[in-house]
Design a protein around this ligand. Structure first.
Ligand code: GLN
Length: 259
């Protein structure tokens, strides 16, 4: 019989990135699914082959995970997914410890902390990847927000949450700071979001990644480095033009949001 030979790897071999969209059915408000679209498109433009795994409770966990994206949710949606999130806790901790890039917005940010207690007093346990705790209060924090970060400069977005989040150190540090009139994590200490390893938790909806492509590129770069040893973008001429158009649009959106 003729041997079946596998063709040698060439430059044309697809460079897959496995990206998990976490609980898109219950945790996706204020356009957070736009983050998944942005990462997918930009990864394609850089010459990667992103595969999006839409993971909802009860689904099989993908064999390979290069990035995690999680959106915000109503208190009720958060209650629906916590049992399953706990079943995935070991996987998610291992990934975070190994430097897997993650972006967790609002409701999912809260549940990656130690707990979220709703304004009504129900305590939803979190998986503790980030050392933060959140307690809801009757007054919601709503509005456009500029997050001044050291890593990415100003990151713009929109917040709408009842939960006040406080950071408790031990490797978890604020992502950035907000101006006097902004609320961010809790409305009192002027911090916004949380960082640990390659994990970013933030209150910024928007969607945040189309408006802040530097953050999307960070997530893609770390994912590619972890999997392939280096981030090696190979955009076509057409892709380069599209990337610069997207950057122009983002700069315009940022100007509006900051005004
Ligand atoms: N339910 C949470 C809160 O109100 C999260 C809301 C959100 O994800 N926007 O604090």
């Amino acid at each position: 019989a003729e041997a079946i030979t596998k063709p040698a790897a060439t430059a044309a071999e697809p460079r897959v990135l496995d990206i998990v969209s976490l609980y898109p059915r219950d945790m996706n408000i204020y356009g957070d699914s736009g983050n998944v679209l942005t990462v997918r498109r930009r990864a394609e433009l850089y010459g990667y082959a992103p595969v999006i795994h839409h993971y909802n409770q009860g689904d099989a966990w993908p064999e390979r995970v290069d990035m995690i994206l999680g959106g915000g949710g109503q208190d009720q949606g958060q209650g629906t997914i916590t049992d399953d999130l706990f079943r995935r806790s070991d996987d998610l901790h291992a990934l975070a410890d190994a430097g897997c890039p993650m972006l967790l917005i609002c409701g999912m940010y809260q549940l990656f902390g130690n707990y979220f207690q709703t304004a009504e007093g129900t305590r939803l346990p979190g998986i503790g990847v980030l050392n933060v705790t959140t307690v809801g209060q009757p007054h919601r924090m709503i509005g456009n927000l500029v997050d001044h970060t050291d890593e990415f400069g100003d990151v713009v977005g929109y917040e709408n949450h009842s939960g006040q989040t406080f950071l408790h150190g031990d490797g978890t540090r604020p992502w950035g700071v907000v101006d006097e009139d902004g609320t961010g994590n809790n409305g009192t200490d002027h911090t916004e979001g949380a960082r640990r390893n390659a994990v970013i938790g933030t209150y910024l909806h928007g969607s945040v990644l189309p408006k802040n492509p530097r953050v999307a590129d960070y997530l893609i770069r770390i994912a590619a480095q972890n999997r392939y040893g280096a981030f090696d973008p190979r955009p076509s001429a057409e892709a380069t033009r599209e990337l610069s158009r997207l950057d122009d649009l983002a700069a315009r959106a940022a100007k509006v949001a900051a005004s």
